[in-house]
Ligand binder design. Sequence first.
Ligand SMILES: NC(=O)c1ccc[n+]([C@@H]2O[C@H](COP(=O)([O-])OP(=O)(O)OC[C@H]3O[C@@H](n4cnc5c(N)ncnc54)[C@H](OP(=O)(O)O)[C@@H]3O)[C@@H](O)[C@H]2O)c1
Length: 303
Amino acid sequence: MATTENTSSTHCSDTAPATAAGSHLIGGDRLVHRMGFGAMRLPSAGWDGPAHDPERGIAVLRRAVELGVNHIDTAAFYFYEDIAANDLIRKALHPYPDDLVIATKVGPGRLPDGSWMDPADPTELRAAVHRNLRELGRDHLDLVYLRFLRTDGPGEDRFATLAALRDEGLIRHLGVSNATPGQLAEAQEIAPVAAVQNRFSPLTRDHAELVDLCAARDIAYVPYFPFGGAGAPDLAALRRVADRHGATPAQVTLAWLLAVSPSMLAIPGTSSPDHLTENVAAAALRLDAEDLAELDALRDTGM
Ligand SMILES: NC(=O)c1ccc[n+]([C@@H]2O[C@H](COP(=O)([O-])OP(=O)(O)OC[C@H]3O[C@@H](n4cnc5c(N)ncnc54)[C@H](OP(=O)(O)O)[C@@H]3O)[C@@H](O)[C@H]2O)c1
């Protein structure tokens, strides 16, 4: 794969577009702008392809940081054939800006052919953390989520493994992903939880209770599939609100997420430089009560 190393200075200014979203202290000590970036879509459009151009992914990552993004979400299992999100992040951004938080997930594993493995046991989780360290070129990971599968039972032994790696200095903060309130409570018995990453969007609000709980405890809530998982939705209510603000439905979707909770950290994913610019610009979009009431009608769309 032809790629280039990062040679540019990637520190953002206080007026960079992503800063307009405001910020959140992850775990009380890692300040991030609430408009971040998800790297899952960089290698390919979906698990089965088609592949995206790695050079374009590198350009998108560098541009994201120039726009003020300092929270990037990734995983070692975000790859398609020989294109991996972690490799693209390292090639684009290493040596990393001091303020950049890279969050990753462990739990599921994928074989090189792309097929999914059984949920990782504690030994495999340790290996997964070391793999992320190696691929990202870091001596510690800022934020590591234990990613539950729907069929998982309690995760205490696995979360305890991550807590031990935190005590060893390899992980700074821990999170849970795809977790129930019960799984979050169990994890919190073992170690502090700095972030929850579950599905959430104007169209999919199953975890609204967890969103409120995270806000009350100053835990970051990081919604995956912010657009519903199938590209930016183009629904009438979104279009009407967008038209009032001279914005796009995608921007209204992101602004809605940021308005819902002060601990909400958006990580929209895209492989497109234009969509990136559009998404980050949503950091400055403020919705009013009329907008929010209109968007409430989308709550049962279920996309
Ligand atoms: N914890 C978990 O289980 C889990 C699961 C899924 C995802 N995630 C994380 O969450 C992040 C966000 O999820 P996602 O990226 O999959 O969300 P999504 O809601 O599926 O949005 C991404 C899709 O929307 C399109 N898109 C992005 N910006 C757009 C715009 N302005 N206009 C039109 N289309 C646009 C993208 O296509 P283009 O590339 O063409 O822009 C892509 O198809 C991921 O990147 C990943 O880091 C976590």
